[in-house]
Design a protein around this ligand. Structure first.
Ligand code: GDP
Length: 208
């Protein structure tokens, strides 16, 4: 009999650990999906909305953990990962270099990483560091899904224009997908979960 895979229960997410180095990450088994974006892009709010949890991503806001990779468990061997935010102009150059080293080595090393969800404020998409990250993701052969956040702050016309513009801009990235998202109104939460459901489905290789 075939074994049907059940999508993860996002509501059951729980914090595992924070890693300051790739060597501190949980064992590289199963499937994980990582969320990335500029500080203030709405990453914590999006993770909380997708997991229907008010304070799940709070760990990432704890001083000292903001520059770390935070891991959450959704089910056995299925993890959601909160990458440190970037883009603070005031952050010392050394700290920015640290961010780059940590994130680039994570992206390059992590075999269980099925995809990156990149969050960008719908009013300010595709800043320089977003593009740097997108290029790393492309180079690491990892899938990309973009959430254009805080879409409630834009009228329907400009929101649609931004969506189409970002899609066009990422046309070179094979398979990249883009959507509007609002943690405030809940718009786009189901669409985002549907992408995650697919990424969290183990490849069907016939092995049992
Ligand atoms: P992070 O730094 O990327 O984790 O961003 P946060 O989730 O902490 O959000 C940054 C700010 O944007 C906070 O003041 C949030 O209340 C606000 N915010 C986040 N998501 C939304 C949204 O969907 N709509 C609106 N209007 N504000 C949002």
């Amino acid at each position: 009999m075939s074994h049907r895979f059940a999508p993860p229960d996002y509501r059951g997410a729980s914090f595992i650990l924070s890693a300051a180095r790739v060597s501190q990450c949980p064992p590289d088994q199963g499937i994980e999906v990582a969320f990335a974006g500029r500080s203030n892009a709405g990453k914590s709010s999006a993770i909380n909305a997708i997991c229907d949890h008010r304070k799940l991503a709070r760990a990432s806001k704890t001083p000292g953990r903001t520059q770390q990779i935070n891991f959450f468990s959704l089910a056995e061997s299925l993890r959601l990962v909160d990458l440190p935010g970037y883009g603070f102009a005031k952050v010392p150059i050394e700290m920015r270099k640290q961010w780059g080293k940590l994130v680039e080595s994570y992206l390059g090393a992590r075999r269980s990483l099925a995809g990156i969800v990149l969050l960008m404020d719908a009013r300010h998409p595709l800043k320089e560091q977003d593009i740097t990250l997108i290029e790393w993701v492309a180079r690491s052969n990892i899938a990309l899904h973009v959430l254009l956040t805080k879409s409630d702050k834009l009228a329907r016309g400009p929101a649609k224009a931004t969506l189409l513009g970002v899609r066009r801009n990422l046309g070179w990235f094979p398979g990249a997908t883009v959507q509007l998202f609002s943690a405030l109104s809940g718009a786009g939460v189901d669409e985002a979960r549907a992408v995650l459901d697919k990424w969290y489905t183990p490849p069907c290789d016939g092995a049992q």
